[in-house]
Design a protein around this ligand. Sequence first.
Ligand code: KIV
Length: 266
Amino acid sequence: MENKITIRTIREMKGRQRIAMLTAHDYPSALYAERAGAQIVLVGDSLGQVVLGYETTVPVTMEEMLHHTRAAGRGCSRALLVADMPFGSYQAGPSQAFDNACRFLKETPAHSVKLEGGVTVAETIRHLVSGGIPVMGHVGLTPQSVYQMGGYRIQGRGEEGLRALMDDARAVQDAGAYSVVLEGIPSEAARKVTEELDIPTIGIGAGPHCDGQVLVSNDLLGLYDRFIPKFVKRYALMGEEMERAFRQFVEEVTEGTFPDEEHSYE
Ligand code: KIV
C-alpha cells in the first residue's frame, strides 16, 4: 500500500515527529485507530485483561494472539501492525522465540513483534532481528513479570533503578530493536533513556519526554474499569454509553416498543 508505515518510517520519526501508537484487538478498533492517524497499531497482550477478562496478561496464549492479530489486521492497511508475543512464547530462548515470531509474520498481517525484557532477552532479540524479524522492545515495568516484581511496581527509581533501566534499554537497542516501549517509570528516567538512545522510545506511564506515546485503547475509551492507573487519560466513557444503549434496548423490548414500524419489513 502507498505510504505504508514501516519500521524505517518509525526510526526516522525520532527527533522529528512524535509517534502515536494505539492498541487494537479487533477489526473495528484497528480501523478507527488507523483512521485517527496512529502510526502504529499494537495488538498488545493487554488483550488478556481488557478483552478476555483475565486478571493478568500471563494466561494469554499464542492462539489467542494470532486470532486477534488477524482480526486487527483486517482493519489496518497503512499503520505498522505490531503483535505482542505472549508470556511463555519466547522466554525459553532464541529458537522458541523465532518459531513463534515467525507464526505472527506468516499467519497474520503483522510486520513486527514486541517482547518484554532487556538484558535477559537481548540474545533473543538479536536472533530474531538477524533472521529478518523486526522487534520492538519493552522495558521498565514489564507486566508479564508481575509475579516476579511482586505486583505492578514503578521501575527505574533511584540510582540503581535508573542504571538497570538504562542497561536494559541499551541492550535492546544494541540487539537490533527498531524502537522500545518504556512503561511505568519516572518522567525524568524516561527523558534520560530517550536522550541516550538512537531508536525511538514509546512511553506508557513514562511521562512526556518519550519520542512517542501509547495507551491501551480500551482504557482511553473508558471500556475497562477494573483498574485505572494514574497514567490513563479517559478520552471517552464508552462503557457508560454502552450500558445506556443496552439498557434502552432492554426497556423497549420489555415494553414492546421495539421493533417499531421503522425497523420492521412490510
Ligand atoms: O499489551 C499492551 O497493550 C502493551 C502496551 C501497554 C504497550 O504492551
